[in-house]
Design a protein around this ligand. Structure first.
Ligand code: ADP
Ligand code: MG
Length: 300
């Protein structure tokens, strides 16, 4: 099988590269061509996942693919954008038919769930498995969510429980082919697309929690030039996380662990989400009145 047959067979398959109202030209030409809804803005985000940095290379290819597309789509959720389509640049050490079949099925599962087809990409050979996904989304002009915009007096919210992704890491590294239990959240962090759309014109700022709650909330503080008081007793933890690692460790995972892909946002008053604190005068996040010690995930 050569590169072109590979693209045709695994990536241009109907379950993955399906048409939608925005797609004029998909896989097969020099460029994909997209149409936007009238009076909408285009939102673009790109993420690279490197084997054994962002996922264990011996995990199920189906799970690897699902995670890769979920974490990319999560950035659209954070902007309040709805998905249009994605592109995929993949570097593979070799052509392994079984691996590619499972991988493309995992992509198709998430692509269909969020109506976000694959419309193009690039396929190359290299020493390591590297997956780059660029997602494209749209939002009514002026309604998107940004990191800037939080104001003193607003409250701080999260969309759901935190800490499971980081709490799963030990299990994921020890048995990468097991995507049950906590690992479900690690491999399938379903992007909060509808939730983000629901926050349009409600949230004053928003982002997705990818690197740890405190580090990510600090991005809102910097962009909005405010501080935050967060109260650890308000941070939602799942029963499964508490049962697996205990409450103390669970809270640390939630504060600084990363891999959650929940939304964290501020609003004057919001009828959805879990309130964990408030926006104050300042320049950083304080947890229970103190600067938290552990940092979130950083590459360098
Ligand atoms: P070009 O040489 O013009 O860059 P390629 O030969 O790389 O085109 O790709 C041929 C077609 O297949 C293009 O439409 C491209 O978008 C698509 N394609 C290549 N790799 C992938 C991939 N991994 N996923 C989806 N589409 C792909
Ligand atoms: Mg090319």
């Amino acid at each position: 099988m050569n590169e072109f047959q590979l693209i045709q067979h695994y990536f241009k398959q109907a379950a993955l590269s399906f048409p939608n109202k925005n797609v004029i030209q998909s896989i097969g030409d020099d460029c994909a061509e997209l149409d936007l809804l009238d009076n909408h803005t285009l939102h673009i985000s790109i993420d690279t996942l490197v084997e054994d940095v962002h996922f264990p290379k011996h995990a199920n290819p189906y799970d690897i693919a699902a995670r890769a597309l979920c974490v990319s789509l999560s950035d659209l959720a954070a902007a309040g954008a709805s998905p249009i389509a994605f592109t995929l640049a993949i570097t593979l050490p070799k052509i392994d038919a079984d691996w590619l079949s499972e991988f493309s099925n995992g992509l198709a599962y998430i692509a269909q769930k969020f109506q976000c087809p694959l419309i193009g990409g690039d396929t190359t050979k290299g020493d390591a498995l590297i997956i780059t996904i660029q997602v494209h989304g749209q939002c009514p002009r002026g309604a998107s969510l940004k990191r800037s915009g939080a104001c003193v007096g607003h409250k701080v919210y999260v969309s759901d429980v935190l800490g499971e992704g980081a709490g799963a890491l030990k299990q994921v590294l020890a048995s990468p082919k097991n995507s049950e239990g906590l690992a479900q959240q690690y491999f399938y962090p379903l992007p909060k697309i509808e939730y983000g759309i629901g926050l349009r014109n409600k949230a004053s700022s928003c982002l997705d929690v990818s690197d740890g709650l405190v580090q990510d909330l600090n991005h809102i503080c910097t962009a909005s030039q405010v501080g935050m008081n967060v109260y650890s007793e308000n941070i939602p933890l799942s029963d499964l996380l508490i049962k697996t690692v205990g409450k103390e460790a669970g809270l640390q995972f939630a504060l600084s662990g990363g891999d959650d892909y929940q939304l964290a946002y501020t609003a004057q008053n919001c009828d959805q989400g879990i309130c964990i604190g408030e926006v104050v005068v300042g320049d950083q996040v304080l947890v229970d009145g103190a600067v938290p010690s552990a940092k979130g995930f950083q590459h360098f």
